[in-house]
Design a protein around this ligand. Structure first.
Ligand code: 5GP
Length: 190
């Protein structure tokens, strides 16, 4: 199969990476498509199965791990699994698309390891942990416990930023967007 490219956008939760990924997708010239991950967490109120994630039970997730269905998977939070489905990525490549991965930092680095020449890794850095906390609080999707969990994880994820090929600071959304678009355009052309 002719393989497309992989665009990994990783960042701590609340850094604006999903917004930036969605904006990138709007550039039709780039022929991009999202890899929809599977997760064992419950959907949030506005989320749809097959659009935001494939929401599956922990038991089904385990079954798919055993079957080797994932390119990478991760217990992102204790007891909560997320993973990239091989079938999903190959389907997008077969449609002639390049695939955007909006996944956690460790997962992003695993994609790079699996497809070294085809992958660009971009780390999106929030201005500070305080800003991250504010964004997550404003989002009103987190309980006190999950907020703390996400912030603890964010602190660890920031330490892995130097392992990415590019670091984009998301202080001003429009600037971050332009920077990412330029990196991805050049990468796809290469
Ligand atoms: P959320 O619960 O906020 O949707 O996502 C939590 C974290 O899981 C985010 O950092 C998100 O990027 C990450 N994530 C989503 N899908 C995947 C995946 O397929 N693999 C990995 N490793 N992380 C993922």
């Amino acid at each position: 199969m002719v393989k497309g490219k992989c665009i990994v956008l990783s960042a701590p939760s609340g850094s604006g990476k999903t917004t930036l990924a969605k904006q990138l997708l709007q550039n039709k010239l780039l022929q991009l498509a999202f890899s929809i991950s599977a997760t064992s967490r419950e959907p949030r109120a506005n989320e749809k199965h097959g659009e935001d994630y494939f929401f599956i039970s922990p038991k089904h997730f385990q079954k798919q791990i055993n079957q080797g269905d994932f390119i990478e998977y991760e217990e992102v939070y204790p007891g909560v699994f997320y993973g990239t489905l091989r079938e999903e990525v190959e389907r997008l490549w077969s449609e002639g698309k390049h695939v955007i991965f909006d996944i956690d930092v460790k997962g992003g680095l695993r994609i790079k390891k699996q497809f070294p020449d085809q992958t660009i890794t971009i780390f999106i850095k929030p201005p500070s942990l305080a800003t991250l906390k504010q964004r997550l609080t404003n989002r009103e999707t987190e309980s006190r416990e999950t907020l703390k969990m996400r912030l603890d994880k964010a602190e660890n994820e920031m330490k892995l930023a130097p392992k990415f090929q590019h670091i984009v600071h998301n202080n001003i959304l429009s600037e971050a967007r332009a920077e990412i678009e330029e990196l991805v355009t050049q990468f796809i052309k290469s």
